[in-house]
Design a protein around this ligand. Structure first.
Ligand SMILES: [Zn+2]
Length: 482
């Protein structure tokens, strides 16, 4: 079971390790602290473009970026009881300053609901200041005890975008949950990543939340990966931290909160859903290099020099047009080797330029997603490249969604569901709403419960829970999860 999306040439886990190393994205496993990896220059540029996209979506919807301290005093982290219970097995503690034991232990933040709520009790007094929408992009630390995996399950999550909002009432917090879901949809759509939005079951919600909505994506091995969550926190944290506000009607009440997060799992997903056996296939939108120019020198020295100069001029022209370009002038490797390197690194477009191209006034353009070549006249080049960039992003998105939809099966037949899950994917089964039936179903199918669709599809009146036979109230999504 290796290739739900397309041919990766090897099992997905091996492919991911191979591509992260060979394409020089992320060095994992050699760092001497377990569960922590190093972003390499090329990977860091991908990361930066993805984070900038998210920042622009948040900034344009009234979110403000802040930066909280990394350390959280134990008494603050422990103030909301459900929250601390949910995290107690995962927290790293700082217990000493030099040789001196600390009076109060300090946690490396696992997430920032508690310190921010503490500060908000000083900052916010009136409905007139609301809503408040803060976010930060930081490292968080969680002591994962399961086997760690590069980018998918790490102990230092280096790219945690956490947003935290504050509201006058429940209704406005609900509106915010919808806004957050909409922002995440737009974000994943821009990256061409297919997803399901599910309301997590009670037993799997964020510690301290009223409920949790989660985005799950499918890895090429058919297993689901949680890539984003949105929580309605109600007044749980504002009560614990006494975040009082004066409301419009003059009454005093605790404020209402939401929080939502995304991590570098989204970058792993970006690489996984679009890549192939030749390596990465990056969307034009976030590729560090959108167009690589490769001169194909042939003939005498003068001709070679001429071709190289033309390639440099071409690079300057692309840069002026606002494209992220790179002219590969190395002369210790062959053009063929350069093709392989840049295909491995997922550069969306490649321009090949040799003596004949220069003479005839055109270039050869290769697109990575379809691995197809075309001739383009020099005067039409910039427009054509931009058009191709858009076409590549659309193709990647449609291709990924097409493969994703094929792996979602709605059925009330347990045998069929089990068979489907063996090939990887998701099943949606009619469900009576009782937790014990969900649990049993997960057991029978040897799968995990993702939850129910965010906007429940109407369940036909005659549909029954396949376990207890009672009337179904929703579809329950089940899959194998990372
Ligand atoms: Zn049932």
């Amino acid at each position: 079971m290796c290739c739900i999306y397309r041919d990766l040439g090897k099992e997905f886990g091996q492919w991911l390790d191979w591509v992260l190393e060979e394409a020089e994205v992320y060095d994992y496993g050699r760092y001497p602290a377990k569960g922590m990896g190093v972003w390499l220059p090329y990977g860091f540029k991908i990361r930066r473009n993805v984070v900038e996209l998210l920042r622009s979506l948040l900034d344009s919807t009234g979110h403000e970026e802040i930066l909280l301290p990394l350390l959280i005093p134990e008494n603050i982290l422990a103030k909301e009881s459900e929250h601390v219970k949910g995290f107690e097995n995962e927290v790293y503690w700082v217990t000493h300053g030099g040789l001196q034991p600390l009076d109060v232990k300090l946690a490396l933040r696992p997430t920032s609901e508690t310190p921010l709520s503490y500060m908000e009790s000083y900052w916010v007094k009136s409905y007139k200041q609301l809503p408040k929408k803060y976010y930060q992009v930081v490292s968080i630390f969680r002591y994962e005890t399961k086997a760690t995996r590069a980018m998918l399950r790490v102990r230092e999550v280096t790219t945690f975008k956490e947003a935290h909002t504050l509201h006058e009432d429940f209704t406005d917090a609900e509106r915010q949950v919808r806004e957050a879901i909409d922002i995440y949809r737009r974000f994943f759509d821009e990256l061409g990543i297919p997803y399901l939005v599910s309301k997590r079951p009670e037993w799997d919600k964020f510690a301290g939340a009223i409920y949790t909505i989660a985005f799950d994506a499918m890895m090429p091995d058919g297993k689901m990966l949680q890539i984003g969550t949105v929580h309605n926190l109600g007044q749980n944290f504002t009560k614990a931290f006494e975040v009082w506000i004066q409301k419009k009607d003059q009454s005093i009440d605790y404020a209402w909160q939401t929080s939502y997060g995304i991590s570098e799992r989204v970058i792993a997903t970006l690489l996984a859903v679009h890549g192939d056996k030749k390596g990465l296939v990056l969307p034009f939108r976030v590729a560090p290099i959108q167009v690589v120019v490769i001169p194909i020198p042939a003939g005498g020295d003068n001709v070679k020099k001429y071709v190289v100069n033309e390639a440099i001029k071409l690079g300057e022209c692309l840069k002026k047009a606002g494209l992220r370009e790179y002219v590969d002038l190395r002369d210790d490797i062959t053009p063929g080797e350069k093709f392989n390197i840049w295909e491995l690194r997922g550069v969306p477009l490649r321009i090949e330029i040799g003596p004949r191209e220069v003479k005839e006034g055109h270039v050869t353009v290769f697109r990575r997603d379809l691995r197809a070549r075309e001739k383009v006249p020099r005067e039409e080049l910039v427009d054509r490249l931009k058009g191709l960039g858009e076409a590549i992003d659309n193709n990647l998105k449609n291709r990924a969604w097409g493969a994703f939809r094929e792996r979602i099966l709605r059925t009330n037949n347990v045998q069929l569901a089990r068979k489907h899950l063996r090939g990887g994917g998701v099943v949606e089964m009619p469900w009576c709403g009782k937790p014990e039936c969900a649990e049993k179903l997960a057991e029978v199918l040897n799968a995990d419960v993702l939850g129910t669709p965010l906007d429940p599809y109407e369940v036909p009146a005659n549909e029954k829970c396949p376990l207890c036979g009672h009337k179904a109230v929703a579809y329950l999504r089940l899959a194998n999860k990372y």
